[in-house]
Design a protein around this ligand. Structure first.
Ligand SMILES: Nc1ncnc2c1ncn2[C@@H]1O[C@H](COP(=O)(O)OP(=O)(O)OP(=O)(O)O)[C@@H](O)[C@H]1O
Ligand SMILES: [Mg+2]
Length: 290
């Protein structure tokens, strides 16, 4: 092999090794609270893991951590212990099932003490421990607080969840407006809708207002809707995941559509080996290249 060729091969291999370790960070956020962020985060994480991706889900809902409830697990140590140097990331991880691990956040004010002192830099550094994850979903909590903005800036993708009620739409718009300062692409999920027509109509309204008032080349992506369904609220009461309990129900197929759209969106950026089929394989390769 010529010197040039071996140099090139070394370069390619180096890049391959580096890119194979890159985790894709996806933030789930909202303006108003209680719109379904944790429901969507946990079930999306479950579906992605089911497709074969290695998924981490980080509970960054600092005010009201509740992913432990969604997954029906008990938390002993959380990210605060890591920040204080009392635990390592490995110590706090909670395996949910194959390919899915929960990274517990912290309820309460104490974490704010650390928020100014390099909390997020340290978290992102420590997150290197999770090198083998394809994707990490981050449930950010609601609102436009400073700490949430830090997550939204750090993530590769931001998904804003809203419900159809006017107050939630107004707050979703406020979140989009502020987040548009940090990035030029924002995704939207409409939750608890009665029909896809209602959802699309509402999204179009947000889109129009955003185009008129934010501009600046903002790309607002509609990822889809999830129907309002008592199966979902009942599952949460039972501490069960609706996508696991009802694999063929409408909200499950809707969330599957959303996950597929996330895959498609990423597909544009990479070449896919046609030999490996299935969403899991697709996702895996997509993630490897980021
Ligand atoms: N599609 C849906 N159909 C019916 N009920 C839903 C749906 N999505 C969410 N809910 C209900 O809304 C409640 C709030 O959902 P969830 O806890 O996921 O919201 P959140 O945005 O994470 O809230 P918070 O801002 O407090 O963290 C749930 O307890 C559930 O009963
Ligand atoms: Mg929540």
């Amino acid at each position: 092999m010529s010197h040039q060729a071996s140099k090139l091969e070394a370069l390619v291999n180096q890049n391959r090794n580096m890119s194979a370790k890159k985790t894709r960070f996806i933030a789930i956020t909202s303006g108003k609270g209680g719109v379904g962020k944790s429901t969507i985060s946990s079930n999306m994480a479950y579906l992605m893991a089911k497709y074969g991706l290695k998924v981490g889900i980080f509970d960054a809902d600092i005010g009201l951590a509740n992913l432990d409830v969604m997954f029906n697990v008990k938390i002993h140590k959380n990210i605060l212990h890591v920040l204080k140097g009392e635990a390592r990331v490995e110590d706090i991880l909670i395996p949910i099932e194959k390919n899915l691990v929960l990274i517990p956040g912290e309820s309460g004010e104490e974490i704010f003490k650390y928020a100014s002192g390099g909390l997020f830099e340290r978290f992102m550094e420590q997150a290197n421990v999770l090198d083998d994850l394809d994707v990490m979903i981050i449930d950010t909590g609601a609102g436009i607080g400073e700490h949430i903005q830090l997550f939204l800036r750090a993530c590769d993708d931001v998904i804003v969840v809203t419900v159809p009620d006017p107050a939630a739409i107004t707050d979703a718009y406020a979140t989009i407006k502020i987040t548009a300062r940090l990035r030029n692409e924002i995704n939207v999920i409409m939750n608890q809708v009665r029909s896809s027509k209602e959802a699309e109509g509402l999204f179009e309204k947000i889109h129009k207002v955003a185009q008129a008032n934010i501009g600046g080349g903002l790309i607002l992506n509609y990822l889809g809707q999830i129907t309002s369904d008592t199966k979902i609220s009942n599952c949460i009461k039972k501490r069960a995941l609706f996508t696991r309990e009802y694999p063929t129900a409408t909200p499950t197929t809707e969330l599957e559509q959303i996950v597929k759209r996330i895959a498609k969106k990423l597909e544009r950026n990479v070449l896919v080996d046609p030999k490996e089929s299935g969403l899991g394989g697709l996702f895996k390769r997509l993630m490897e290249h980021f």
